[in-house]
Design a binder for this molecule. Structure first.
Ligand SMILES: [Zn+2]
Length: 372
């Protein structure tokens, strides 16, 4: 995610937008009834509890002397690790990174343990940093004094986000988990969403990078929305999966060939095509029941040699949003493209574009859309 992704992304967006617009307005497919999930009366009302890997889970070393205090934190401090923007999104990579940070902090800095309270990988894995951080968070009282931000170590929960965000944007998988996790921390400790800060708010540092720092107002808003969701009437549950074989819900030209080569496929097979600078989009149609926020996820078989920059296009209320996905890795699972405001109606909501500057087949397998 280094370099200048915006210039090519803008080109892609412009090109694909024509395709989505034309199809949304011109296509009328008599399809199967929408796969609408039944309303779920037991929908979770409070902030969802995220999965957090403890120090024991990721294989931390025993720490030195730590100080656990009874007073609770009153803020969250956001960091970036200033490390590589890895494109390995696995759990194994996340855990190895946590061990590496701990060793660096202990052996390099001479600290008693990881400095930060928690870490989030670019693949969206949340991990405990300093020992005792997770137990105190679960309890909702007290904290272990950290070593992440002078003056705030006994007041602020420090979160290290894997990567360097001076010019690159955090992946959706990371950002989504950051929102969910901050909401959970705020709920557990009764911290207002407005009290999320960046490392540079307290000391002269580039951390957490211009881009991530610039996203903090949005983060506060998103966390506030997540918190506001708790205790109010939940929106009707809605989740639908559209596979490339779903009748009446998937359209692609004959240029998109069919394969069952990879065992990581969703369902019987998937469609693939060579990248080319033309508007030849594979579309996923869904009947969105009401305007609201929806999580859009993609499933594809991740095969080395498949396209490393496949543009997915989501027809959001604000217009077509392009999310570039590396399909050479991270396949065989639902992968979040992000949360989007979608408007009501039965239409092509997601497209896979062939307009990629990278080599290797672009793949259209399955898409899942879930109201959040
Ligand atoms: Zn920092």
């Amino acid at each position: 995610m280094t370099g200048n992704p915006l210039s090519r992304r803008d080109v892609v967006r412009g090109a694909v937008f024509l395709g989505v617009g034309a199809a949304a307005g011109g296509l009328s497919i008599a399809g199967a009834p929408p796969a609408l999930a039944a309303p779920d009366e037991s929908s979770v009302l409070a902030v969802p509890v995220p999965t957090i890997a403890s120090c024991a889970t990721w294989g931390a070393r025993s720490p030195g002397s730590l100080s656990v205090i009874s007073s609770s934190p009153d803020k969250i401090v956001i960091h970036h690790t200033a490390g590589a923007n890895s494109t390995t999104y696995t759990q194994a990579h996340a855990y190895a990174m946590a061990r590496s940070i701990q060793s660096f902090h202990m052996d390099g800095n001479g600290w008693s343990d990881s400095g930060q309270h928690f870490t989030i990988s670019r693949g969206g894995y949340i991990m405990e940093g300093r020992h005792n951080s997770l137990a105190r968070l679960r309890a909702g009282s007290g904290m272990v004094v950290g070593a992440h931000c002078p003056g705030q170590n006994d007041k602020g929960i420090g979160i290290e986000n894997e990567g360097t965000y001076t010019s690159a944007t955090p992946p959706a998988a990371l950002y989504d988990k950051l929102v969910q996790f901050c909401a959970y921390i705020c709920e557990q400790y009764d911290i207002g969403a407005s009290r999320i800060y960046g490392h540079r708010d307290y000391i002269a540092t580039a951390c957490p990078g211009n881009v991530l720092y610039g996203m903090l107002p949005q983060l506060r808003t998103d966390v506030a929305e997540a918190l506001a969701g708790g205790g109010t009437t939940p929106p009707p549950a809605f989740s639908t999966i559209i596979d490339n074989t779903t009748s009446g819900r998937f359209t692609a030209s004959a240029n998109w060939l069919t394969s069952s080569y990879s065992a990581e496929r969703y369902g019987a097979d998937y469609r693939y095509a060579n990248p080319e600078a033309i508007s030849d989009v594979a579309y996923y149609k869904a009947n969105i029941p009401a305007e609201g926020t929806y999580r859009v996820e993609a499933w594809y078989p991740g095969i080395a040699g498949y396209n490393t920059a496949t543009p997915y296009v989501v027809l959001a209320k604000s217009g077509s949003q392009t999310v570039v996905v590396d399909q050479s890795t991270g396949g065989g699972a639902w992968r979040s493209l992000g949360n989007f405001t979608l408007t009501a109606g039965d239409k092509n909501v997601v497209g896979v574009s062939r307009w990629s500057g990278a080599t290797g087949y672009v793949v259209a397998d399955a898409v899942r859309i879930t109201r959040v």
